[in-house]
Design a protein around this ligand. Structure first.
Ligand SMILES: [Zn+2]
Length: 258
């Protein structure tokens, strides 16, 4: 079985994802240093206790996640659940790699790129071939949905593709051609999607005001699940790591209905 040094993997991930380009709410990269060599990685959406336990049980050397630790507005003290996660990871020599906004944004491996692929959205592109984006940190993608879609049929397609019924707001029969999307908790960015002229905006979570904004602007709103929309980036990134280094990478989809 092949191995890669923790430093080499860290450097490679940073070259691919360029975390220095983002103003983020958490540190991106190697958040917790473990063993110096990595043969087996567990990937997952969130470095929860369940994921850390599963990685320890499988004898993995690292976890690679989208939601790591040490968020900006949280208490920095290492107590309670946070202590238990960190203590368990240290006890098993696990490296914890986390990439938040850089993984949302990556043009091929990112959450938005991968969700668009899964849902059959065709991204609009600039003359240089870059995907068209808007909103804070350019996180929202814009594209075309398959011909003839209504808000209701699109919600049905999202249900089939993600295995989870989405919440949708707006006239079910309104036609949707142009869609804006941003995975995860991006419900607060809906106005940028409205300004961009999208017929509908799809994200992971919903807030109370999305209902009013959808009705008052005629822009359909779909909340398809935070976890459900963010499974695909870290999975694609893990597959890229496996191809590059020939090491064992396992994606664990630990269910989360939110
Ligand atoms: Zn997220």
């Amino acid at each position: 079985m092949n191995a890669v040094s923790t430093n080499d993997l860290h450097q490679w991930l940073n070259t691919i994802l360029q975390p220095q380009r983002f103003r983020d709410y958490c540190p991106n990269g190697l958040q917790l240093e473990g063993k110096p060599e990595i043969r087996h990685i567990i990937t997952g959406v969130t470095a929860s206790q369940a994921l850390i336990d599963a990685a320890a049980q499988r004898g993995a050397d690292a976890v690679l996640v989208h939601h790591g630790w040490f968020w900006k507005n949280e208490d920095p003290c290492i107590r309670g659940p946070k202590h238990r996660r960190i203590a368990q990871a240290i006890a098993h020599g696990l490296n914890v790699f986390a990439y938040h906004l850089p993984l949302d944004a990556h043009p091929e491996l990112g959450n938005n790129a991968q969700l668009g692929r899964i849902l059959g959205f065709e991204p609009e592109r600039t003359p240089e071939g870059e995907p068209m984006r808007c909103g804070p940190e350019d996180l929202i993608w814009i594209g075309r949905v398959p011909e003839g879609a209504t808000l209701e049929s699109l919600a049905g397609q999202v249900h089939n593709s993600l295995g989870r019924a989405p919440l949708f707001v707006g006239n079910p029969q309104q036609s949707v051609r142009r869609i804006a999307w941003c995975t995860g908790g991006a419900q607060g960015m809906m106005e940028a999607a409205v300004q961009a002229g999208a017929d509908a905006y799809l994200t992971g979570e919903a807030s109370e005001q999305n209902f009013h904004l959808a009705h008052e602007t005629g822009t359909g709103f779909i909340a398809a699940g935070h976890h459900a929309t963010e499974r695909y980036g870290v999975k694609a990134l893990g597959e890229a790591v496996a191809r590059e280094f020939g090491i064992r990478v396992e994606f664990l989809d630990l269910d989360n209905p939110i």
